[in-house]
Design a protein around this ligand. Structure first.
Ligand code: NAD
Length: 297
């Protein structure tokens, strides 16, 4: 059993924290949103009053925050994790952020005597709840070995992607595939309707044919096909369109900086920009099908 500080118990962090409690660990949680913190307490965590309260005395600190600036602040600000966690604590950032910030925060943490991993996840809220997430981990072999039992309690497929930042690089490439494929699947359902094909038939065929992909079979954007998917719950997130846009921008920034050709990644980013500007920011990212069908966000 480990003493864990868990910071950021939102859509993803909430169920991940619950799974660590279920596995027998002692959790002290903190979130800026008292409602989210209350849910974590209902799931068996102790509430901390601030970041320092969650990190003090922890053997491991896990963060699950929106973006790079939140992560940098949580670790490096006054009263942050680096100032509060005991020397030698293992720090695991599970947020999806840019590679440069991940490497910078890890280098600062390591200079201060901590082992730090970037360990972003894939699998959505459904995967977080079922403890079936995929973890893509960047950092030292030793840190990875120490983190493994905790990651096993929250996920099913755990990969050591390489040194610091490699987890974020893998996640960014994966989510560019996801953004593009969600738009592809959505366009196919919009087209099916126009040409008089029953969407249930398209699902039946394509989920066993060459169009099969996660966006179709696990997260189908067409409502009324998969009971548990956000599309069947009014596009309640899930994974917001704003978060997908953030990830597609990370990929475009990295493509620009490295000279990689990613024309579909760029177009997917532009379509998500339009959807977010039309009011879809807090809608699940699969809700982009509504825009592609000419409906309101
Ligand atoms: P979320 O907004 O639901 O949760 C983030 C939480 O962090 C919020 O509850 C917020 O109040 C809290 N927070 C922000 N700043 C804080 C601070 N300084 N101190 C304490 N708490 C703070 O977001 P989410 O959907 O859980 O996503 C979290 C991360 O996981 C993001 O980087 C996202 O890209 C990534 N991710 C999300 C999904 C998904 O399906 N939702 C899937 C994979 C990865």
């Amino acid at each position: 059993m480990a003493r864990i500080g868990f910071i950021g118990v939102g859509n993803m962090g909430g169920p991940m924290a619950r799974n660590l409690v279920k596995a027998g660990h002692a959790l002290r949680a903190y979130d800026l949103d008292p409602g989210k913190l209350g849910e974590a307490v209902a799931g068996g965590a102790e509430a901390a009053a601030d970041i320092a309260g969650a990190a003090t005395g922890a053997e491991v600190v896990v963060t699950m925050l929106p973006a790079g600036r939140h992560v940098r602040g949580a670790y490096s600000d006054e009263g942050g994790i680096l100032a509060s966690a005991p020397a030698g604590a293992l720090l695991i950032d599970c947020s999806t952020i840019d590679v440069a910030t991940a490497r910078e925060v890890a280098a600062t943490a390591e200079a201060a005597g901590f082992a730090m991993l970037d360990a972003p996840v894939s699998g959505g809220v459904v995967g977080a709840e079922a403890a079936t997430l995929t973890f893509m981990v960047g950092g030292s072999e030793d840190g990875f070995t120490r983190a493994r039992p905790l990651l096993d309690a929250m996920g099913r497929n755990i990969f050591h992607a390489g040194p610091s930042g490699a987890g974020q690089a893998a996640k960014m490439c994966n989510n560019m595939i996801l953004g593009i494929s969600m738009i592809g699947v959505s366009e196919a359902f919009a087209l099916a309707r126009k040409v008089g094909l029953d969407p249930k038939k398209l699902f039946e065929v394509s989920s066993t044919a060459s169009g099969q992909c996660w966006a179709l079979t696990t997260y189908c954007p067409e409502p009324g096909i998969l009971e548990g998917a956000p599309s069947s719950k009014g596009y309640k997130p899930g994974f917001t369109a704003a978060m997908m846009l953030k990830d597609l921008k990370l990929a475009q920034d990295a493509a620009g900086g490295s000279g990689a050709e990613t024309p579909l990644g760029r177009h997917a980013m532009e379509l998500y920009e339009r959807f977010v500007e039309a009011g879809g920011a807090e809608t699940d990212f699969s809700g982009i099908i509504r825009m592609l069908k000419g409906q309101d966000a």
